[in-house]
Design a protein around this ligand. Structure first.
Ligand SMILES: C[C@H]1O[C@H](OP(=O)(O)OP(=O)(O)OC[C@H]2O[C@@H](n3cnc4c(=O)[nH]c(N)nc43)[C@H](O)[C@@H]2O)[C@@H](O)[C@@H](O)C1=O
Length: 313
């Protein structure tokens, strides 16, 4: 099987590439600014969504069986101040990809895994959130992802294309960039341990509760959905339970031997935040047999170690 991953050099892209290689796939990675070398076994191509023709050329050259469309703007917080950029790189790039596929010789031979988010549900969905729950996103990021899902499934209905839209809930793991809660917290704990800063950690809203899954389990679900999912369907990827951000902080602080003072920084709060949500993964489990294998504690421990190792480099 031949897979093309857009945004391969991002946090999730790297894990997906490794998962696919481990499972015998030929892996091609698309990136806007293609680095000269990347990961053993991954063949790189330049993907520029502003030129539909060049995307088509890449598709005709590579002839993948599946495209995992991972590239995009992934930060909810950033989306508030960068609405145009968020819609450009999430929605418009997705449309460019779908159009290129529709107009290529691959149209009836390729499966597209479109990556959405639990932020598409927003306010008012009944817990645990199922795929048919109401969608009422309350930030630009969630709205952009909801639009992608709607457009993607329209291409399925109107043009008969084989597309699955996934709604991934919060995913975490070693290598996630700063700006996401577990990396933000773990890096500060490590900096404190190393004596680089005062023993004070600055955090945002600790009261919200989210459904976290390790990125290694998330990418396993992406692969299984390619292999076993049903075209035209939406699938949640989530653990099915939620944990408060305060408890996440507590676990990360427990890895440190130093007493650490916690300061709530209101600048880190969001203009709009759903207090608590978690999803149902029943549809995904039934379709693919997937189940999460890495506990939240293990994930947080691995993230903490990642930052510890990075700080010694
Ligand atoms: C499903 C969804 O999941 C992610 O979006 P997110 O939920 O915004 O992720 P986050 O890690 O930035 O925040 C999680 C929670 O943690 C709270 N929080 C407290 N204190 C800090 C803090 O210091 N930093 C951050 N970043 N958050 C903090 C913050 O207010 C929020 O309630 C993306 O993967 C996205 O791509 C996606 O699709």
């Amino acid at each position: 099987m031949k897979a093309l991953i857009t945004g391969v050099s991002g946090f999730v892209g790297r894990y997906l590439a490794q998962n696919l290689l481990d499972n015998g796939y030929e892996v091609w990675g698309g990136s806007r600014n293609c680095p000269p070398s990347f990961m053993d076994g991954v063949k790189l191509v330049e993907l520029n969504f502003t030129s539909q023709e060049s995307v088509m050329e890449v598709l005709e050259d590579v002839m993948p069986d599946v495209v995992f469309h991972l590239s995009g703007q992934s930060s909810v917080r950033y989306s508030w101040d960068h609405i145009e950029e968020t819609f450009e790189s999430n929605l418009m790039d997705s449309i460019a990809l779908l159009e290129a596929i529709k107009n290529s010789s691959l149209k009836d031979k390729i499966r597209v895994i479109s990556i959405g988010s639990s932020e598409e549900y927003g306010l008012g969905a009944e817990l645990p959130i199922k795929e048919d729950a109401v969608t009422n996103p309350i930030n630009p990021y969630g709205l952009s992802k909801l639009s992608i899902g709607k457009i993607a499934l329209l291409y399925h209905t109107l043009h008969g294309m084989d597309i699955i839209h996934v709604r991934a809930f919060n995913h975490i793991g070693p290598g996630q960039m700063l700006g996401f809660v577990t990396s933000d917290f773990a890096k500060q704990v490590v900096d404190i341990e190393n004596g680089d800063v005062e023993p004070t950690i600055y955090v945002g809203d600790l009261s919200s509760k989210r459904d976290f899954t390790d990125v290694r389990d998330i990418v396993e679900a992406y692969r299984l959905l390619y292999e076993k999912g049903i075209a035209g369907q939406i699938y949640n990827i989530c653990s099915g339970v939620c944990i408060s951000i305060e408890d996440i902080l507590g676990i990360l602080l427990s890895f440190s031997s130093k007493p650490i003072k916690v300061i709530i920084d209101e600048n880190k709060f969001r203009p709009n935040n759903v207090k608590e949500y978690y999803g149902s993964n029943e549809k995904l489990r039934t379709a693919t047999g997937w189940e999460p294998s890495i506990s939240i504690k293990q994930s947080l421990f691995d993230i903490y170690h990642y930052w510890k190792q990075s700080s010694h480099k």
